[in-house]
Ligand binder design. Structure first.
Ligand SMILES: [Zn+2]
Length: 413
C-alpha cells in the first residue's frame, strides 16, 4: 500500500497527466532481479532483435527490450511507466524516474536498430562478440548499449540522496518514423530541464544538427505523338522548369543561411531520383523527381515546404501540367541547443571538448520541443553505426560510465 502511494506521488511529480489510460501502463512491481554487469547487460539487449523499418517484413516489436529495461530500472528503485505508442501497435516507450521536483536530468536513447546485411557480418549481429578490444553486435553503439551504461552508472550512486529527479527515457522507432519520440510530448508536457541523448559521438558533446526533408514531385501532362507537340503536354519539359526553379531557390537559401559550425556550412538540396516517360517518340505524359533538403537550425520544415510549393505552382502556372507533392517521410527538424545552456556548459567542462555540429539527425528536436535543453553525447563512434560488424570499443566503457555519473551528480545531487 505504502509503495503504491509513493508510486503515485512520484508519478504525479513526473507528469501532470492523470493516469487515465491504465490499460497501457505496466505498473512497477518492485520485484528484485539481478542486473548483469555492463558487458552482460549489453549482451542481453543485443540478443533481442529490435529492428525498426518502414518495410514491415523487416520490422520487429521493441517490447522485449522495453520489458528488460523495465525490470532493470524497477530493480534500481525507479518508478517505471511503459506505454504503447499510439497508432503503432507493438511499439513501446519507457519512462523511468526517481526523485521529484523540477529541473531534472533526462538520459535517453532509442531501443531500435537499423536492419542489417546478414552476409556482410563476420559474426551474428545478435550475439555479442568480444575481440580486438571491441564488443561487436547490432545496437552495441547505436545504441542499445547506452542503457547498459546507464544501469552501470546508476547502481553505484545513492539515489536516495537525489535533490533533482533523474529520468530515463527509452523510445521506439528512431531509425524509421521517430514515432516514439513524437509520442512523448502529448503525454509529458515536460520531463525534465536537461537532456542527454546517448547516440554514439565518441563521448563528445553535440548541440546542433541539420534537419532532413525529402519530397517527391510528380508532374502529369498528356502523352501524344512526338511529331506534333500540340498533341500533348510534356511533363519532362515541365520538370525542366521545376529543376531550374529549385536551383534558383537553393542559391537563395544558401545566400541567406550559413552556419560555420557545420562541415557543409549551407543548407543543401539534392536531386536524387528522376523517372518519367517511356519512348523517345512519345510526348512524356508523367514525370517524377525526389529531392532531399537539409535545412540548418532556424529553418522550419513546414515553412520550407510551403515556400517550395508556392514557387513551383507559380513557375508552372501556364504549363497545363498538374503538380502533386509526395512527402516521402515526415522529416526531422534541425536541432540547436544554445551554447550557454547548463547542459552544454557541463558537458564541455566534463569532457574538455567544445560542443559541435554533426551531419546526422536525432530525436533531439523533439526533446527540445518539450522545454528541455538537449545535447547528443554517447559512447561509441558514429562511423560504426549502421554498418556491418557494428562495435563498441572497450576503451569507451570506463570514461562513458564516469561521464554519466558526473552528469548525474552535477544536475541531480
Ligand atoms: Zn541511433
Amino acid at each position: 500500500m505504502a509503495k503504491n502511494v509513493m508510486y503515485r506521488r512520484q508519478l504525479s511529480a513526473l507528469t501532470s497527466k492523470k493516469l487515465t489510460d491504465a490499460s497501457s501502463i505496466i505498473m512497477s512491481t518492485f520485484h528484485a532481479k539481478n542486473i548483469p554487469g555492463i558487458t552482460g547487460a549489453i549482451e542481453k539487449l543485443i540478443k533481442i532483435p529490435s529492428v525498426s523499418s518502414f518495410d514491415s517484413s523487416l520490422d520487429h516489436s521493441n517490447l522485449k527490450v522495453i520489458e528488460t529495461l523495465h525490470d532493470w530500472f524497477t530493480d534500481l528503485g525507479f518508478t517505471v511507466e511503459v506505454f504503447e505508442v499510439p497508432n503503432h501497435p507493438g511499439k513501446f516507450n519507457l519512462v523511468a524516474s526517481t526523485g521529484s521536483g523540477p529541473d531534472g536530468l533526462v538520459l535517453t536513447g532509442h531501443t531500435d536498430t537499423v536492419p542489417f546485411d546478414e552476409g556482410k557480418w563476420t559474426q551474428s549481429p545478435f550475439e555479442l562478440t568480444e575481440k580486438d578490444q571491441r564488443l561487436y553486435g547490432l545496437g552495441s553503439c547505436d545504441m542499445k548499449g547506452f542503457f547498459a551504461f546507464i544501469t552501470e552508472a546508476v547502481r553505484e550512486l545513492d539515489l536516495g540522496k537525489l535533490k533533482k529527479p533523474l529520468i530515463i527515457v527509452a523510445t521506439a522507432d528512431e531509425e524509421s518514423s521517430m514515432c516514439g519520440a513524437k509520442a512523448l510530448k502529448p503525454r509529458y508536457p515536460q520531463l525534465g530541464r536537461h537532456c542527454v541523448i546517448g547516440e554514439p559521438t565518441s563521448l563528445k558533446p553535440v548541440r546542433m544538427h541539420k534537419g532532413i526533408f525529402m519530397e517527391g514531385i510528380r508532374l502529369t501532362g498528356l502523352s501524344g505523338h512526338s511529331s506534333n507537340p500540340e498533341l500533348g503536354r510534356n511533363a519532362l519539359e515541365g520538370l525542366h522548369r521545376v529543376i531550374s526553379e529549385l536551383v534558383d531557390w537553393r542559391q537563395e537559401l544558401q545566400n541567406r543561411y550559413q552556419n560555420p559550425a557545420f562541415e557543409v556550412e549551407t543548407p543543401t538540396l539534392n536531386f536524387g531520383h528522376i523517372h518519367g516517360g517511356d519512348n523517345p517518340n512519345r510526348i512524356c505524359g508523367q514525370c517524377e523527381m525526389h529531392i532531399d533538403l537539409r535545412p540548418l537550425p532556424g529553418m522550419a520544415i513546414d515553412e520550407l515546404r510551403e515556400a517550395m510549393h508556392t514557387r513551383l505552382s507559380h513557375r508552372l502556372q501556364d504549363s497545363g501540367l498538374q503538380i502533386e507533392y509526395l512527402p516521402l517521410f515526415d522529416g526531422i527538424p534541425a536541432m540547436e541547443t544554445a551554447s550557454d545552456t547548463a547542459i552544454v556548459k557541463a558537458a564541455e567542462a566534463l569532457t574538455g571538448y567544445t560542443a559541435e555540429a554533426v551531419a546526422f539527425g536525432t530525436e533531439g528536436p523533439y526533446f527540445n520541443d518539450m522545454a528541455m535543453n538537449t545535447i547528443i553525447m554517447g559512447p561509441g563512434s558514429i562511423d560504426q553505426a549502421h554498418q556491418p560488424d557494428e562495435y563498441l570499443a572497450l576503451d569507451q566503457i570506463k570514461p562513458g560510465i564516469r561521464i554519466l555519473q558526473e552528469m548525474i551528480k552535477h544536475f541531480c545531487f
